[in-house]
Design a protein around this ligand. Sequence first.
Ligand SMILES: Nc1ncnc2c1ncn2[C@@H]1O[C@H](COP(=O)(O)OP(=O)(O)OP(=O)(O)O)[C@@H](O)[C@H]1O
Ligand SMILES: Nc1ccn([C@@H]2O[C@H](COP(=O)(O)O)[C@@H](O)[C@H]2O)c(=O)n1
Ligand SMILES: [Mg+2]
Length: 245
Amino acid sequence: MWRKVTSTSFSSLKSSLFFTRLHLQQASKHNAASASAVSRFATIAPLQEKDGRCPFITFVLGGPGSGKGTQCIKIVETFGFKHLSAGDLLRREMVSNSEYGSMILNTIKEGRIVPSEVTVKLILKEMESSDNHKFLIDGFPRSEENRIAFEKISGAEPDVVLFFDCPEDEMVKRVLSRNQGRIDDNIDTIKKRLKVFEALNLPVIDYYAKKGKVHRINAVGTVDEIFEQVKPVFKACEQKAFNRS
Ligand SMILES: Nc1ncnc2c1ncn2[C@@H]1O[C@H](COP(=O)(O)OP(=O)(O)OP(=O)(O)O)[C@@H](O)[C@H]1O
Ligand SMILES: Nc1ccn([C@@H]2O[C@H](COP(=O)(O)O)[C@@H](O)[C@H]2O)c(=O)n1
Ligand SMILES: [Mg+2]
């Protein structure tokens, strides 16, 4: 049973929807992939209840370096969610002798999107093995193909979608000073990731906005200032998330 949350209107999303020719090519290729995703994925792993409670799912979206991971840490501390970063799960898979290791490495280096089968499987495995029923799924879905694959395979939709809206120059500045040894934290890959974000991830945000699920957060400011915008989103649905049955 999924209750809708209030939508927040956001004009900057529209203003940032400026597709270059490359973006259009990527989007058109991806539309074909999304269409095939609809028929390709079946509901094979419906999400199970935990202690009689249905999963409460939040998708955490935003461009590279917009502060998703940083805010997820604070949401976990304050609201007790289980944090699943799709990028972290892929990086862990990459170094685990997985058959997908070199494919994931090359895809991350190029700032492209790993096939949904791989990512959805990793996310659902973590969800199923967790005792928690409240999930923050960070950096997913990155594309319509990701979204369709998750919804079809799990049979679930998000309750809340957080969108950290950050100007590109600020995202580039943050990523270049992150200093965590990530192979994609260099200017060439960042440029590619920004294009992929615009072409493939904004349509997902738009899709959920139309369903009234998106909460736009202005991602400029201090970490604490940004968290002040995030808090009310979870306070508003705390009862629903805690008592879910
Ligand atoms: N409000 C903020 N102001 C300044 N720096 C920030 C802010 N929030 C996060 N940062 C810093 O910016 C960098 C990127 O943040 P973070 O890793 O949370 O972004 P992300 O959205 O998860 O990025 P990615 O998609 O690349 O994983 C980190 O070094 C982080 O410490
Ligand atoms: N749904 C996803 C999420 C991530 N990736 C790949 O991982 C890279 C890093 O992701 P972060 O969320 O940690 O920034 C990303 O650029 C993609 O290459 C993915 O394929 N699918
Ligand atoms: Mg992150």
